[in-house]
Every structure is written in structure tokens, then in C-alpha cells.
Design a protein around this ligand. Structure first.
Ligand code: FMN
Length: 158
């Protein structure tokens, strides 16, 4: 198989678009992510594939927790803010309203819904690592359509 052959198929997989929150000690961070899914009913678990070299993955390895923020369709500026690497942007949460809950990871005020997860396993997956977390808390905070990768007109997967 030529390396590019599967690209159009991978681009047709549907995804949401989220801000994954993380922490390390007092430092909190957020990262735009779409490779995220529920993977178990009982216990409720979600998995997110995080770039192995990213600041977010370093935080998740250190703290063994992460949060998931569901972003509203109209909040495209918010999702853009969290695309920048932490090493370049510094504190991406500066000027963004958030609170912390059970895990200490950021829960954005603008999120339509949120989850907090305790990491059960970190599985190497090529240039990413799959962080599999048990849902320890979560809720919906306002009514709005969730943003999707397709609606944003972006792609991350080829
Ligand atoms: C549309 C889109 C989706 C993305 N999805 C993911 C993802 O699922 N996992 C990931 O590790 N990075 C993803 N990224 C890249 C991260 O957002 C980017 O590398 C970010 O700078 C990492 O932030 P950090 O340095 O704070 O960890 C995505 C980027 C875009 C534009």
C-alpha cells in the first residue's frame, strides 16, 4: 500500500473538537484535541491520543489526570487559542475564565459540558500516546451545539 493511500479514508472519520485540560502542580494548561472518544460504559472511560512530545502529555504523565471541555459551535476563537504549543504561547489560560474541580484540571466557563478523568493507562501509539481515563466527574453547563472538526473546516489525521 502506498503511504498516502489511506489518507482520504482517514480524513472522512468524524470527530468532535475539545479542549483537553491538564495540570502539573500549580500549572494548568489546555490543548485542542479531536482524537477523543468514550471507550467503556462500566466504568465510564474515555481515551484521548496526545502527541508524545507535547506539554499536555508531560502534564498527564506527571499528574495522571485530565479534563475534557466540550466547546460550542460558535466558540471557534476559543478552540483556536488552544492550538498553539504551550512552549510558544506560555499560559494559554490567561484571560480565559475557568474553575477547577476534583482533579485540579481546568474546566472552562464557556464549555457546553465537561469531564474530569483519572488516568488508568497510558498506551504508546506511534507518535502519540493514548491516555485512557476513568470519568470521575462531569456535567453539562449550558445548551449549545457542540463544535465538530468538520464544522471547523480543519483536519488532523491523514
Ligand atoms: C484540529 C486540530 C486537532 C488536534 N487534535 C489533536 C489531538 O487529538 N491530539 C494531540 O495531541 N494534538 C492535537 N492537535 C495539536 C495540538 O492542539 C497542538 O500540538 C498543541 O500545540 C499542543 O499544546 P500543548 O503544547 O499545550 O500541549 C490538534 C490540532 C488541531 C489544529
Amino acid at each position: 500500500m502506498p503511504p498516502e493511500a489511506a489518507k482520504p479514508a482517514l480524513e472522512q472519520i468524524s470527530y468532535g473538537l475539545y479542549v483537553v485540560g491538564s495540570k502539573n502542580g500549580d500549572e494548568v494548561n489546555g490543548m485542542t484535541a479531536n482524537w477523543l472518544t468514550q471507550v467503556s460504559f462500566e466504568p465510564r472511560m474515555v481515551a484521548v491520543a496526545v502527541e508524545a512530545q507535547s506539554h499536555t502529555m508531560a502534564n498527564i504523565r506527571a499528574s495522571r489526570v485530565f479534563s475534557v471541555n466540550v466547546i460550542a459551535e460558535e466558540d471557534t476563537a476559543l478552540i483556536e487559542k488552544f492550538v498553539e504549543p504551550q512552549r510558544r504561547a506560555g499560559n494559554k489560560l490567561g484571560g480565559v475564565a475557568f474553575r477547577t474541580g476534583e482533579t485540579g484540571c481546568p474546566i472552562l466557563e464557556q464549555a457546553t459540558a465537561w469531564l474530569e478523568c483519572a488516568v488508568e493507562q497510558i498506551v504508546p501509539a506511534g507518535d502519540h500516546e493514548l491516555a485512557i481515563g476513568r470519568v470521575v466527574d462531569g456535567g453539562a453547563q449550558r445548551e449549545a451545539e457542540p463544535l465538530t472538526l468538520r464544522a471547523m473546516g480543519w483536519s488532523y489525521g491523514e
